[in-house]
Design a binder for this molecule. Structure first.
Ligand SMILES: NC(=O)c1ccc[n+]([C@@H]2O[C@H](COP(=O)([O-])OP(=O)(O)OC[C@H]3O[C@@H](n4cnc5c(N)ncnc54)[C@H](O)[C@@H]3O)[C@@H](O)[C@H]2O)c1
Length: 303
């Protein structure tokens, strides 16, 4: 069945260009009223304009296609400006169904050369930006008993990438945020997922060796659309690029047991068994780890 968002309101941060723009256009084309947020920053997060011309242009594009949208120039790093954006949306449209945390910047350098300020700013935009926006809509979604939130993560966070210690840390932090918010949001039908895109945008224009023409950002958006739909999953990490879609998981092996004065040496000797991925699980929540460990301890003590 065609996925539609008629009567729904969506906020997409960083939607003046790149992936966010594609997400905003697709949401509007499928019936959502869309808040096109963008500060109009340079790729390294510098600058920003009160008018955020790119966001205004995306709104014009949506309206020209018969859709409804509003531009917003709040920096996601500014909690008060984000709250004001949400208040404005509520005053105009009365509800918020979808939040796509997409705004992002890069400050790439090897960790040896990275200034703490570059680390802090990247954490502020990606992690705290998503926290500010999510916090501002959370109570609204709880009251509505409906919400769909996507965190934009990255393969750099999930798997690492040279020169991106700050970005990778922030992107994996968003997965941690998603894991707990999905648990806390479940009783109010708030579903929270993470999207790990690969796309040719301003952010990736310097990447060598990638066939950038095959990596249009519009090829990622179908994954986003599913993650914010009525029938969305929750707690999924969906990877997407060039028309390919994959899932990433945080898993736990069954492991082994080591206790006693030489437990450290046992861990060393059995590291292969501890690492064995046969029967590994995707825990429903953090407590699963303790349960697996206690079960092994009980088995040991009763044998
Ligand atoms: N392009 C990729 O391959 C790729 C891979 C992994 C993750 N991502 C993530 O996808 C998201 C979108 O990136 P993109 O590739 O479209 O890059 P992009 O630079 O085209 O888009 C990012 C947008 O965020 C806006 N922005 C930056 N700081 C902001 C702030 N403080 N408040 C509001 N808006 C702000 C920018 O002005 C820009 O329009 C980012 O979170 C990025 O980290 C992209």
């Amino acid at each position: 069945m065609t996925i539609r968002f008629d009567g729904q309101v969506a906020i997409v941060t960083g939607a003046g260009g790149g992936l966010g723009r594609e997400h905003a256009l697709a949401l509007a084309a499928r019936g959502a009223k869309v808040v096109v947020n963008d500060l109009g920053a340079a790729r390294d997060g510098s600058g920003g304009s009160a008018t955020a011309a790119e966001a205004v242009a995306v709104v014009a594009e949506i309206e020209a296609a018969g859709g409804e949208a509003m531009a917003n120039a709040a920096s996601v790093t500014d909690a008060a400006a984000v709250e004001a954006m949400v208040a404005e949306v509520m005053a105009r449209w009365g509800r918020i169904d979808i939040l796509v945390n997409n705004a992002g910047i890069l400050r790439d350098k090897s960790f040896a050369k990275m200034e703490l300020a570059d680390f802090q700013l990247v954490m502020d935009v990606h992690l705290m930006g998503a926290v500010h926006c999510t916090k501002a809509v959370w109570e609204i979604m709880r009251t509505q008993n409906y919400g769909r939130i996507v965190m934009t993560t990255s393969s750099s966070g999930l798997f690492g990438n040279f020169g991106q210690a700050n970005y990778g840390a922030a992107k994996m932090a968003l997965v941690g945020l998603m894991q707990t918010l999905a648990i806390e949001g479940a009783k109010n039908d708030i579903r929270v997922n993470a999207l790990a895109p690969t796309a040719h945008t301003r952010m990736t224009e310097d990447l060598q060796g990638l066939p950038l023409e095959a990596l249009g950002p519009e090829l990622v958006t179908p994954g986003l659309i599913y993650l914010v739909s009525r029938d969305a999953p929750t707690r999924a990490i969906l990877a997407a690029g060039a028309g390919g879609f994959e899932r990433a998981y945080v898993t736990l092996t069954q492991g082994d047991f080591a206790i006693g004065p030489d437990a450290s040496e046992q861990v060393a000797a059995r590291f292969d068994a501890i690492s064995d991925r046969k029967n590994e699980i995707v825990p429903d929540m953090g407590a699963a780890q303790g349960m697996i460990e206690l079960t092994k301890a009980q088995q040991h003590h009763s044998s």
